[in-house]
Ligand binder design. Structure first.
Ligand SMILES: C[S@@+](CC[C@H](N)C(=O)[O-])C[C@H]1O[C@@H](n2cnc3c(N)ncnc32)[C@H](O)[C@@H]1O
Length: 521
């Protein structure tokens, strides 16, 4: 498979493993914080912070659970006047590049920088995506070819699904010149990859603005199949064929007779409108066929009325830009918010009604708006997780979600779980470390009410975190005598173990050392 190389690549390909694990620090809930403590049950989240750290922090709870990811990363146009950092020159990203890529970072072109920024984030997004999930990425000509190549690398080229074209407004400045550098750009791209090659996308239809009434199609066609030449309505074709096999045609003729009789029995005229009404009432679910003789004595079969049209990758019925919609909900300028209809179309197409949807380049929060719109329209219960690095995460992103009626918890990136020397960060509340360990061990959330060193019981294993900030803890007979929970196996974290191997084997006790075995989780 062809692969892309750029300056700094070797430093970032495995960087996602080294990204420190930070806790997420809940600041408030909207509408109000009734519970008083962290709600871990998967409510909507808006996280303020660099998505590299935020995505890593989401891993314990959400690895493999996100059904649909939509991201709209910086396009890297080189235009620094945008509200957000379009060309990866944000001080935080620059600092990060300096640390990760080192001195080489000084020589990077803007494309190298963009790739260094994107690669580890895509790796983490890949981990978060469910096996039956899909990721959609908005991008324009500046980075689309690079993006496709690194997506092939991170997600696998076999998981490439579509490159969708969306319309964007064109500028007519070029009209004054006789010769031009290139054609005006009238489209952007939406690139879609799945997590698994075996994943099947649901069928996709465009909604028609106006429903089309039923029509009739000639039942004969020219392809030569003698076995499909049989008698209906006293006609047997001498060449060509009927569209369907004999049995299907005969059933369709009976269906039409029934349809006609039903309409006549209601003292109605057999016209197209009444046939359509009959079909929508009686046959749409079963998708039955109808076949009749036309006024010109030619057999014809029915094409049902529809408000949908078979879809494809040209989504030029949608404009990329969603400024007018955004302006309804904010007085603060935000350049180039996306049209929420694009994002609604994606989620309606690929997702279920209770999916968790992630956008780690949230901007003005269009993804949350789309989720809220869609839930209102179809009664769904989709959840969103947004990450935004800029300080406007509060007064633009969260504010828009508030104004469109969304509920969410707002988080800041909290402290790292480990110090640089590998020890547990003593400033992190013990409760957070307990949650982390229990979740990483069991993929379940600890019982908030559990006191002392007991974390919880899962699949007949009892978990203990014997930890004191100020002193060393020893797993010994004294500690064991405090254990009241009956389980088939015990996993106990402590600083040291004073029990013999034979005793632990006999009592089904597994010792895990703090912090070594936590950092391995
Ligand atoms: C193109 S905008 C997204 C616009 C959004 N789709 C909308 O409709 O409003 C990209 C956003 O990603 C944010 N961003 C860039 N790098 C980031 C990072 N490392 N972590 C989190 N957010 C980041 C930018 O601040 C910007 O708001």
């Amino acid at each position: 498979m062809p692969t892309l190389h750029w300056i700094g690549k070797d430093k970032v390909v495995n960087h996602h493993h080294d990204v420190p694990f930070h806790i997420l620090d809940k600041k408030y809930s909207f509408p109000t914080d009734l519970s008083g403590f962290e709600n871990l049950t998967g409510l909507n989240k808006i996280i303020h912070g660099d998505n590299l750290l935020a995505l890593k922090a989401l891993l314990p709870e959400y690895e493999g659970k996100i059904k649909c990811i939509y991201i709209d990363p910086p396009y890297n146009t080189g235009n620094e006047n945008w509200v957000y950092n379009d060309n990866v020159n944000h001080p935080q990203i620059k600092k990060w590049l300096g640390q990760v890529v080192g001195r080489e970072a000084e020589d990077l072109t803007r494309h190298d920088k963009w790739l260094c920024m994107m690669y580890p984030r895509l790796k983490l997004l890949h981990k978060l995506l469910a096996d039956d999930g899909a990721i959609f990425i908005s991008i324009d000509d500046n980075e689309v070819s690079h993006l496709r190549l690194i997506m092939d690398e991170v997600f696998g080229s076999g998981n490439f699904r579509n490159h969708i074209i969306i319309k964007r407004g064109t500028k007519s400045v070029q009209a004054q010149f006789d010769s031009i550098d290139k054609l005006g750009i009238a489209c952007e791209h939406l690139v879609c990859y799945s997590k698994n090659i075996s994943y099947k996308l649901p069928q996709f239809y465009f909604d028609l603005e106006e429903a089309k009434e039923g029509t009739w199609n000639n039942h004969w066609r020219g392809t030569d199949r003698p076995t499909m030449r049989y008698e209906i309505f006293g006609i047997t074709p001498e060449e060509g064929q009927w569209r369907w096999g004999k049995q299907r045609s005969e059933i369709a003729i009976e269906n039409y007779k029934k349809c006609e009789n039903d309409i006549k029995n209601k003292n109605r005229v057999v016209n197209q409108k009444n046939i359509d009404d009959w079909y929508l009432l009686n046959a749409i679910e079963k998708e039955i066929d109808l076949l009749r003789l036309s006024k010109n004595n030619k057999p014809e079969h029915y094409i049902a009325p529809t408000d949908k049209k078979f879809g494809h990758n040209l989504w030029t019925d949608l404009m990329v830009n969603g400024t007018s919609e955004y302006n309804k909900y904010s007085e603060i300028k935000f350049d180039n918010p996306k049209n929420s209809k694009i994002i609604e179309r994606i989620f309606k197409w690929v997702g279920g009604k209770s999916d968790i949807i992630l956008d780690s380049f949230a901007g003005s929060g269009t993804t949350a708006h789309a989720v809220i719109n869609l839930n209102k329209a179809d009664g769904g219960n989709r959840k969103f997780i947004l990450v935004e690095m800029e300080d406007y995460a509060e007064n633009i992103t969260a504010e828009r979600v508030r104004r469109v009626g969304g509920e969410f918890d707002f988080y800041e990136l909290g402290l790292p779980l480990f110090e640089e020397d590998g020890n547990l960060n003593e400033k992190v509340p013990t409760e957070k470390i307990r949650e982390y360990i229990y979740f990483m061990e069991t993929k379940a959330l600890p019982n908030m009410g559990e006191a002392g060193y007991f974390l919880g019981k899962h699949s007949e294993t009892a978990y203990y975190f014997y930890y004191e900030k100020e002193s060393q803890t020893n797993l010994d007979y004294d500690f064991l005598s405090t254990i009241k929970i009956k389980a088939e196996q015990y996993v106990i974290y402590a600083d040291n173990c004073l029990l013999t191997k034979a005793y632990m084997l006999e009592k089904h006790i597994i010792f895990k050392k703090i912090p070594r075995d936590i950092s391995k989780l």
